[in-house]
Design a protein around this ligand. Structure first.
Ligand code: SF4
Length: 346
């Protein structure tokens, strides 16, 4: 199995190194300048409707494009105490959606407790699932647990063919993903009127922008149905963010400058106005607060004028906070923007 950047002692495991590279913008304007140009700088939150919890970096896969640099060797994980602080905050607010991510979030011992507590508070819960985790012997009852709590599943599947999916996510991952999707379908997931939502997320396998969502969704639907009898609700496309392991891939393959230019040239003011950080708060495994999961991986916490940790959560202040932006944000504003399902990979 491939190693994480951290496991390889790759300098890009350091957010500081990544930000240094991303800060050089010879052939396109800094992201903030583009925002200013359309009257959106400084970017501000518009409220919080999604409470995203990243429970840590442990994963059973080591995908090539992972923005978390997650893998089996990562030890960062949310403690029970921090999970309890998350639930206390939820109980004090009316944030409607809880979006649980990782790594493979299901491997955190507090995952199921977080789901149960969030559901008991009446919140919609999303699980960002890599699918293969459902086949681990330790997770034999996971699919039933998710269905029992009516958790929306947002599952990563880069493509409907094995070669492209395995190239990005590891040998044999496509086959496991198909088996997991079939298992979810048998429980009612992805079936009309079951109330069990199964959304797929695909991202380009190389250094290019995602195709139009509607076209690729109908291709996925047809291919997965005909070849594997699989049904799903929606397919969302996401742009690969030029950070972490995808940044390493861009540099290794000599595509970095060209890819950044492509993102910057595709800047879309409407997508910028709707970026998810404006309605999301992202909680890190240690309780630190971020504007989004990407900023979390770059060690860019919420603005200094907002509370920095879950224990100091203050809805009024966070609702209007200034968002911390850098040049990786071009990944969210290119073309139609990057929609990741429900409200939105691991
Ligand atoms: S990377 Fe994060 S902060 Fe930047 S635009 Fe996207 S969601 Fe917002």
């Amino acid at each position: 199995m491939a190693l994480t950047l951290l496991g390889q002692h790759n300098p890009l495991a350091s957010p500081t190194e990544q930000l240094k590279l991303l800060g050089k913008t010879a052939s396109y304007p800094p992201f903030e300048k583009q925002l200013d140009h359309i009257g959106l700088f400084p970017l501000r939150a518009t409220g919080i409707t999604v409470f995203q919890i990243n429970v840590g970096k442990l994963c059973n896969q080591t995908c090539r494009h992972c923005h978390v640099d997650a893998g089996p060797d990562r030890t960062e994980r949310m403690s029970q105490g921090t999970a309890e602080q998350c639930v206390q905050v939820l109980a004090k607010t009316d944030i409607p959606t809880v979006d649980i991510t990782g790594g493979a979030p299901e491997l955190n011992p507090n995952f199921r407790w977080l789901v149960e507590q969030s559901r008991a508070l009446g919140r919609h819960v999303m699980d960002r699932c890599n699918l293969s985790v459902l086949l681990l012997p330790s997770q034999a009852d996971l699919a039933e647990f998710l269905a029992g709590h009516r958790v929306e599943i947002v599952a990563s599947l880069p493509y409907y063919r094995a070669s492209q999916t395995d190239a990005q996510r590891g040998d044999g991952v496509f086959e496991k993903s198909v088996e997991a999707l079939q298992r979810l379908n048998r429980l009612g997931y992805g079936r009309l009127d079951s109330g069990l939502t199964l959304n797929l997320v695909c991202n380009p396998v190389g250094a290019f922008l995602p195709p139009k969502q509607e076209a690729i969704e109908s291709q996925f639907r047809k291919e997965l149905r005909v070849r594997h009898g699989i049904e799903f609700n929606r397919l969302y496309t996401i742009t690969n963010m030029p950070i972490s392991r995808f940044l390493d891939f861009l540099l290794e393959s000599g595509n970095y400058d060209q890819y950044m230019e492509r993102l910057a040239n595709a800047f879309n003011p409407a997508a910028a106005a709707g970026v998810m950080c404006r309605y999301t708060i992202s909680v890190g495994w240690d309780g630190t607060l971020y504007d989004c999961d990407f900023n979390q991986m770059l060690d860019l916490p919420v603005s200094q004028r907002a509370p920095a940790h879950i224990r100091d959560f203050d809805t009024a202040q966070l609702n209007q906070r200034q968002i911390t932006t850098r040049n990786h944000c071009y990944g969210c504003t290119a073309g139609a923007g990057s929609s990741c399902g429900g409200s939105v990979t691991s």
